[in-house]
Design a protein. Sequence first.
Length: 169
Amino acid sequence: MTRRKKILLGIAAGIPALLLILVVTSILVIRTAWFQNFVKEKIIAAVEDSTGGVVEIGSFQFDWTHLTVRIRNFVLHGTETKGADPLASVGLVELRLKLFSGLYHLVDLRYLGVDQPRVDLIVFPDGKTNIPEPKIKKQPSQTSGLQTVVDLKIGQFQIKDGLLEYLQH
């Protein structure tokens, strides 16, 4: 066997072995508490930057075998006073993902479930609300909010036991 064939054979055997090591390592990392906490902190930072509010998450869980994300006790504080109820709270947010769903989509949402959402909207005497201003100023979007939701391609969306309270001072 020539030297060139040996090199090509080594490369051909090495690529699948490298991919297998990468997949096994990824699965081991995804299952760690470090990864769960890392993703939880990234979610908090992203929501706080995009809303301007203060976010609390009770727990974050990622079930890699079923590609399911569960966020429990999600709270978004707006500009309300310290003793008031937060702007928004959700008992459970559940996302079920679908990998490699198309040519241009690596991940799609099969299911988005929101259990026990509660929104407490306050309008103050000066006309301001407890809805905070985003920390990051974005350029005006060319699409509507509805179009953005449709573009997410959520297979199933469910809201259970929701409550919206409106208070005008």
